[in-house]
Design a protein around this ligand. Structure first.
Ligand code: HEC
Ligand code: HEC
Length: 344
């Protein structure tokens, strides 16, 4: 009799839980102190988890997927293979990353940070939705070389994933939409806001004399494109790498000759760690990058107006700008256990 009563109590408890979980799906629900945070000096984010309310179980699921080779054709490659946390989610030290069967890509794997603020993705801005984004790397023959249909099939055949999707999205059968939404949650939570620069903005760090001078130089010579605090204005520009374009960049997307040779201004967060640099990974050091801006600008019809005479810099100015660029390294972000490969 006693057992019966406690079971009844148990089931009414479950019922109450279920009722409370029927919440609106477009609000951000913090779970165990787990919430999206917008640093006070950041603009409003582009992505707001609308119709994909942030929860711990969804984020964890997205993280599982990000680190799982199941997304690739021969189960050999995960997103993290080319986007490694300890290197600011870029691919360390290689111009082009190896996909399935070792096939090399044609562009450098970008560092990932603060993606919730991005209006578009890729060097050419070819994708503009964080929730559909992952279709691109999964299906790209140079990357994961898989089909969405096959991935969803593999996930549905996996009991552990079925129960994780059930817990996260209350679905009995895994769909491509839920998989992409979970990955979107993980990507949107890659927030980098704890570098020396950020601490300076928060008033908890004072720049050294070199960093401070570098900051002023950066603001007058670089920030028109690499705009604070995200260090990109998200525009597409030609920064004078080539006179003849091997990769048309933005022009491939818009089919406009006026966009040939233009690429999305990349963020410079964690730049010290994310070499090599540029869409084709041609420079391995920051000093090569500054030499390029100072004396290496190549003229072409789409070269950015502001760079026609280059950005003349003395050796001392280059060192100071580099000192400032190093304040953008966020070790907290690169070691954040929440973003690391899960241990099961
Ligand atoms: C084989 C290497 C490789 C794999 C695997 C890979 N990526 Fe990438 N990723 C790249 C490259 C290269 C680019 C740039 C492509 C371009 O601009 O054309 C990129 C671009 C991105 C971007 C855009 C960043 C920006 O600055 O616009 C995001 C986000 C991203 N990848 C996330 C992922 C996710 C999520 C996965 C797994 C589903 C994944 N990547 C798998 C190499 C890879
Ligand atoms: C006119 C706009 C513009 C200005 C001014 C500018 N940049 Fe850039 N920067 C770009 C673009 C566009 C790219 C990407 C080019 C590509 O890969 O094709 C880039 C790439 C870079 C990269 C490589 C980033 C990566 O992840 O590969 C670094 C580092 C960089 N710029 C630093 C600077 C510094 C330092 C200054 C000032 C001395 C500066 N930039 C001025 C537009 C600009």
């Amino acid at each position: 009799m006693k057992l019966f009563r406690s079971m009844r109590l148990f089931f009414s408890f479950i019922l109450v839980l279920l009722l409370f979980s029927c919440k609106k799906d477009n609000e951000i629900v913090p779970v165990d102190n787990f919430a999206f945070r917008k640093p006070s000096y950041f603009p409003e984010p582009h992505y707001t988890f609308q119709n994909n309310a942030l929860t711990r179980s969804r984020f964890n699921l997205g993280r599982d997927l990000f680190y799982d080779t199941i997304l690739s054709l021969d189960n050999s490659i995960s997103c993290a293979s080319c986007h490694s946390q300890t290197h600011g989610f870029s691919d360390h030290n290689v111009a082009f990353s190896a996909g399935v069967n070792g096939t090399l890509g044609v562009r450098n794997s970008p560092a990932l940070a603060n993606l919730a603020w991005y209006p578009s993705f890729m060097w050419d801005g070819g994708v503009n939705n964080i929730e559909t984004f992952s279709v691109a790397p999964i299906t790209n023959p140079l990357e994961m070389h898989e089909t969405i249909f096959q991935v969803v099939g593999k996930l549905n055949a996996n009991a552990a994933y079925r129960s994780k999707f059930k817990a996260a999205y209350d679905v009995d059968s895994i769909t491509d939409q839920k998989m992409l939404q979970a990955l979107g949650q993980y990507m949107a939570m890659l927030i980098s806001d704890d570098s020396k620069y950020d601490k300076y903005r928060k008033g908890t760090y004072t720049f050294t004399a070199d960093e401070n001078e570098g900051y002023s130089l950066f603001q007058s010579k670089c920030a028109s494109c690499h705009t604070e605090p995200l260090f990109t204005d998200f525009s597409f520009r030609n920064n004078g790498l080539d006179a003849v374009f091997a990769d048309l960049g933005r022009g491939l997307i818009t089919q406009e000759a006026a966009d040939n040779g233009k690429f999305r201004v990349p963020s410079l967060r964690n730049i010290q760690i994310t070499y090599p640099y540029m869409h084709d990974g041609r420079f391995f050091t920051l000093s090569q990058v500054l030499d390029h801006y100072s004396t290496g600008i190549q003229s072409s019809s789409t070269l950015d107006q502001s760079l026609t005479s280059g950005i003349p810099l003395t050796a001392d100015e280059k060192l100071k700008i580099i000192a400032f660029l190093k304040t953008l390294t966020d070790y907290t972000f690169m070691a954040n256990p929440d973003l690391s490969e899960p241990v099961h």
